[in-house]
Design a binder for this molecule. Structure first.
Ligand SMILES: [Zn+2]
Ligand SMILES: [Zn+2]
Length: 202
């Protein structure tokens, strides 16, 4: 059984004069003695404060999982020069690319391809205290000035201005929501989808 925590809440703000200020929620998963950081983000201070609240330093992280390679999700990789990084297909160790299966090695954390926001997007399903937590990445995300509606209909209809494939995004959302009790979105607040309304949509 894993432990999971959101180290800092992800955000997307508009900058005066154009542009964005954005960083996703970095998530720490500890399972079977392995410490995984998901999406280190771009907010250096938020990440380091979140780790230090856990009594941890960057070198205490054993593996980093990236949901996708938009730069706001990965700029902080530079704080972890020696740490293995993985996506849904490979573990990157220096210049080596090592394939692995459906689970992050030595853990019960399941990797699920969730294309749509971008073609190589993936999310994680983490068993925690008898429930399944979805570390969604940008499968779901909100700007800070948006109202975060989390009934299933609103989640399925949620617009993604950066999506590369809306049909794939919808399928990925349906697949992931069918299994998740708790969802950590890329940017926004953790939520519990209302699973009772799920059956009507399938
Ligand atoms: Zn993204
Ligand atoms: Zn994002």
């Amino acid at each position: 059984m894993a432990e999971i925590s959101v180290l800092a809440e992800g955000y997307v703000l508009s900058l005066e004069g154009g542009g964005l200020k954005a960083s996703p929620s970095p998530v720490l998963i500890e399972d079977a003695g392995t410490r995984i950081l998901v999406d280190p983000g771009a907010d250096r201070k938020g990440l380091l404060c979140g780790l230090s609240r856990k009594g941890l330093h960057p070198e205490d992280v054993e593996m980093i999982f990236v949901t996708h390679t938009h730069l706001d999700h990965i700029l902080n990789l530079r704080l972890f020069p020696e740490t293995d990084v993985c996506d849904s297909s490979f573990i990157y160790r220096g210049d080596e690319e090592i394939p692995y299966g459906k689970l992050i090695p030595r853990t019960g954390v399941e990797v699920v391809p969730t294309p749509g926001h971008c073609p190589d997007h993936a999310s994680l399903l983490v068993p925690v205290d008898g429930e399944i937590w979805l570390v969604a990445g940008d499968l779901f995300w909100w700007r800070d000035d948006a109202v975060q509606k989390t009934d299933i209909g609103s989640l399925m209809a949620l617009e993604d201005e950066s999506a590369s494939d809306l049909r794939a995004l919808r399928t990925s959302r349906m697949t992931a929501l069918a299994r998740a009790n708790v969802v950590i979105p890329g940017h926004g607040k953790l939520f519990r989808p209302d699973r009772r309304s799920l059956s009507g949509l399938q």
